[in-house]
Design a protein around this ligand. Sequence first.
Ligand SMILES: [Zn+2]
Length: 237
Amino acid sequence: MSYQQLKEQVYEANMALVQAGLVVLTWGNASGVDRAAGVMAIKPSGVAYDKLRPEHIVVLSLETGEIVDGSGRPSSDTPTHLHLSRQFPSIGGIVHTHSTCGTSFAQALRDIPCLGTTHADNFYGSIPCSREMTAAEIETDYELNTGRVIVECFAQRKIDPANVPGVVVASHAPFAWGSTPAKAVENAIVLEFTAQMALHTFALNPNIKPAPQVLIDKHFLRKHGPKAYYGQANYAR
Ligand SMILES: [Zn+2]
C-alpha cells in the first residue's frame, strides 16, 4: 500500500467518526498501520474536522515514531496508538473517541458487560475498563502509559485483543481497533451502542447479570474464528 492510500484510509476513518456522531470538536482520532511498510498514519494534532484533508495525515515509523511523511504535528495521542499498534500485531487501525456512553462507563470505572447478543456479535465478553493510572504515570509519558495500561489490562485478564476489539480507559474514554481503520470505526460505533444499551438495561433492571455464556459463544463464534458461518466468506473484522 502506498503512503497515499494509507493516508486516505485514515482520513476516511477520521471523517466517519464525525458522521457517526462519535466525535465533537477535535475530541477523537483514528490511525492505520501498514505493517509491510513499517508505518502508522494518524490524524494531525488539533486540526478541525471540516478543515481536515488526506494530505494532512501524518505518517510515522512504527518502530521509531519518527515522521516519515507529512508536515504537521501528529495527534497528541500518537504514543498510545504507536504502543497499541506495536503490542497488538493483529490490528490494522485504532480509533479513540470520547463518545458519550462509552465514556460514561470509563468515568464510572466499569467494564461494559456483555448483556446480550448485540454486544456478543462483535465483542467476545466484557469490554474491560483499564485500571486507574498512578500520579507518576500521568505526570510523565502520559500518552505512552495510557497504551501501557491498556496492554497490561488485556494481558492480566487474558483477553485476546482480536476477540475484544476495544477498551474503556479509566476516567478517560474508549479506544477501539480492528483489522483496518474502517473496521476500527465500526467497532467504535458498536462499542458506543452496546454501552448505550447497557445503560438503558441497568436503568430497567439494576441487578441484571451478563448473558449466558452459551449464548455469547453462539453469537460470537458464528461470526468470528475458524467455525464462523455467518455472512460471506473472508469477512474481515
Ligand atoms: Zn481522549
